[in-house]
Design a protein around this ligand. Structure first.
Ligand SMILES: Nc1ncnc2c1ncn2[C@@H]1O[C@H](COP(=O)(O)OP(=O)(O)OP(=O)(O)O)[C@@H](O)[C@H]1O
Length: 253
């Protein structure tokens, strides 16, 4: 079996007396989409924060592309190809969609390009930026100010901004949150197209999205992995259904 892109070994995080993640061990294979599901407060966002480095882990190890990154700061993890998407902070509303992605291309390129106020004027930035917008279905909206995009389009834009960093792993934290049915379907289609090219870890409450996309699902309950397996195994596990999925899963059949 190919070396996993990401391997978590016994990861743990405690806030005061509250153990939020505990003994979390899982791995994400190259090109695999691994979904982490679980009820509110299960520790999913904390886990994503531990992986991206925003939160230091109390114990356990994080291996990324075979290297121990447990103690590295977030920017160093990002530089190695660990991209987190759907952070509200990243989009500049007054800039066009294309300019936003061009700025991300520029940031990734580092000092090779100098920012002179109009990043999108630089063809070397525009080319990859437009290609990324095409990948997420936003090419026709390239000139629209990001602030005027719909909620789902903004999420697709954030995804395009992550893609230009040439990630080895995309961490997707509830990309479908707040999107309508149609936009969810569009985002699912985008992620399905990207599947196989990037390894992805998806934290998501929308079970339609999870079961449409995941190759592997881990169920987190009270910070611990209750079950990790193929979607069909998870769907049919009586413990999981009882603890969490219930009617939602009936709905997805
Ligand atoms: N910085 C913090 N300090 C103290 N407690 C925290 C902190 N961050 C999270 N928690 C607690 O940790 C628990 C897990 O939170 P977390 O946000 O990781 O869960 P989640 O599975 O992502 O939930 P949701 O599905 O609602 O987003 C919650 O009880 C939360 O209140």
């Amino acid at each position: 079996m190919a070396e996993p892109v990401l391997a978590l070994e016994g990861l743990r995080k405690q806030f005061g007396g509250l153990v939020v993640t505990d003994q979390v061990t899982l791995s994400v294979a190259p090109g695999e989409l691994h979904a982490v599901i679980g009820p509110n407060g299960a520790g999913k966002t904390t886990l994503i924060n531990q992986i991206s480095g925003v939160l230091p882990s109390d114990s356990g190890r994080i291996l990324f592309a075979g290297h121990d990154i447990t103690r590295l700061p977030p920017h160093e993890r990002a530089r190695r190809g660990l991209a987190r998407t759907f952070q509200i902070t990243s989009v500049l509303p007054a800039f066009s969609a294309l300019e936003n992605v061009a700025v991300a291309v520029q940031a990734h390129a580092g000092s090779s390009y100098r920012f002179v106020g109009d990043a999108a004027a630089e063809p070397a930035l525009n080319g990859p930026a437009l290609a990324a917008l095409e990948e997420v279905g936003l090419a026709e909206r390239a000139d629209v100010p990001a602030g005027h995009l719909s909620h789902g389009e903004k999420r697709a834009l954030e995804l395009a901004m992550a893609l230009v960093t040439e990630p080895k792993l995309l961490l997707l934290d509830e990309p479908m949150a707040g999107t309508g049915r149609e936009e969810t379907a569009r985002l699912i289609a985008v992620l399905r197209r990207l599947k196989g090219r990037f390894a992805m870890m998806l934290v998501e409450h929308d079970m339609t999205a999870v079961f449409a996309l995941a190759d592997h699902i881990s169920v987190l309950i009270y910070g611990r992995i209750l079950l990790s397996g193929k979607p069909d195994e998870v769907r049919e596990d009586p413990q999981v259904v009882a603890a969490y999925l219930g009617d939602e899963i009936e709905f997805e059949r």
